[in-house]
Design a protein around this ligand. Structure first.
Ligand SMILES: Cc1ncc(COP(=O)(O)O)c(C=O)c1O
Length: 390
């Protein structure tokens, strides 16, 4: 018997569907609506701020472990401006290498081997790997279709909590379903966390990408301040996914714990970009309204196009993803469908089953990203129209 090539804890996480689908897009010349990265960069003045920082020698050497003070202060201003939350820039903020590192460091810091971690299924693919790296046991609570949205069943969430549950890993606005948890749903999650004395790590990277609804941070509910690790990132809000600047806000003891893990993952990252993101966070309301309105129009364009092409569409209230059901097209297997889609009509999407433990539950669902130029989405919609015919 040879030695297994990948450690047992990570054996199930060898390759991602995104690599396969992106390679397929390149090979077939298809439009890639699989992976969620914008095809237009963020604001010019923010790019210029990064150039200035590089030229002025700010952040070219190891920045401070918790992040540069300018950015930590900008994060606290952001929390006050949008949510009325008071956060201390010195003890309650930690800058990370994107939300991805924030999630990893939080789980590594807070989960003991054998602890159960509840996550909303389908979930962002790094969650399962990070729970595994921490030696935790993931317990999925499945969001289920209810009319034209996916909904959290609060009774199911409550029933999933056991004596071994350490934390809930929440994501709202939710990738891939586009669900934004309502005020009442968040209040119920908070109540449960308080009642069962659970920690909550909440991934709010799409906090500004909400349409016709409001995003409320879970930490603002009673009893949550001392048990919530809130995570966000510049990647989605400012369309700089390659910069990998994220942040954690939490009570001092929690930030200290997460920082202890983070310092041995990357120690620090993205020095000059931290200064640029500090400026981005202070952009006027018009910027935030602008990106939201732009994405809302793109959501409608793609959602209408997918409906016309015969998909059942779950119109998202947040994020830049649309989940669809392929069964009205006479299909049931999202993997097979996505593998054939580039040849059939020149578009790439991803099967939601990759975001599920219960793969059968996710099988008929397929995700499309709409953070692309209008002309690209219009072309994709035109190509998808051929599906019903062919
Ligand atoms: C729910 C969710 N969390 C985290 C991330 C990663 O964020 P970052 O690029 O800041 O690491 C993504 C990116 O797709 C995401 O969808």
């Amino acid at each position: 018997m040879g030695r297994p090539p990948l450690g047992r804890r990570l054996a199930a996480f060898g390759t991602t569907i995104f690599a396969e689908m992106s390679a397929l897009a390149v090979r077939t010349g298809a439009i890639n609506l699989g992976q969620g990265f914008p095809d237009t960069d963020g604001p010019e003045e923010v790019r210029e701020a990064a150039v200035r920082a590089l030229r002025d020698g700010r952040g070219n050497q190891y920045p401070p472990g918790p992040g540069v003070p300018e950015l930590r202060t900008a994060v606290t201003e952001h929390q006050r401006r949008w949510y009325g939350l008071d956060v201390d820039p010195d003890t309650e903020v930690l800058i990370t290498a994107g939300a991805t590192e924030a999630i990893a460091a939080s789980l590594l810091a807070l989960v003991e081997p054998g602890d159960e971690v509840i996550a909303l299924e389908p979930y962002y693919d790094s969650y399962a790997a990070c729970v595994a790296m921490a030696g935790g046991v993931r317990v999925p609570v499945t969001l289920r279709p209810d009319g034209d949205i996916f909904r959290l069943d609060l009774d199911e969430l409550r029933a999933a909590v056991t004596d071994r549950t350490r934390l809930i890993l929440l994501n709202t606005p939710h990738n891939p379903t586009g669900t934004v948890l309502t005020h009442d749903e968040l209040a119920a999650v908070a109540e449960l966390a308080v009642e069962r004395d659970l920690l909550v790590v909440t991934d709010e990277v799409y906090e500004h990408l909400v349409f016709g609804t409001a995003h409320t941070p879970l930490v603002s509910f009673p009893g949550m301040r001392e048990r919530t690790v809130t995570i966000s990132s510049a990647g989605k809000t400012f369309s700089f996914t390659g910069w990998k600047v994220g942040w954690v806000t939490a009570a001092p003891e929690l930030v200290t714990a997460v920082r202890s893990a983070k310092q041995y993952l990357t120690y620090v990252s993205a020095g000059p970009f931290q200064y640029a993101v500090a400026e981005a966070l202070r952009l006027p309301d018009a910027y935030f309204d602008g990106i939201r309105e732009d994405l809302r129009a793109k959501r409608d364009l793609l959602a209408d196009g997918l409906t016309d092409a015969g998909f059942q569409v779950f119109r998202p209230s947040g994020t830049y993803f649309i989940t669809t059901d392929i069964r009205p097209l006479g299909e049931t297997d999202g993997f097979a469908f996505c593998r054939s889609l580039p040849e059939r009509c020149g578009v790439v999407a991803v099967p939601n089953a990759v975001f599920y433990d219960h793969q059968d539950q996710g099988s008929p669902f397929v995700r499309f990203a709409f953070c692309k130029r209008e002309s690209v989405l219009t072309e994709a919609v035109g190509r998808l129209k051929g599906l019903a015919a062919g």
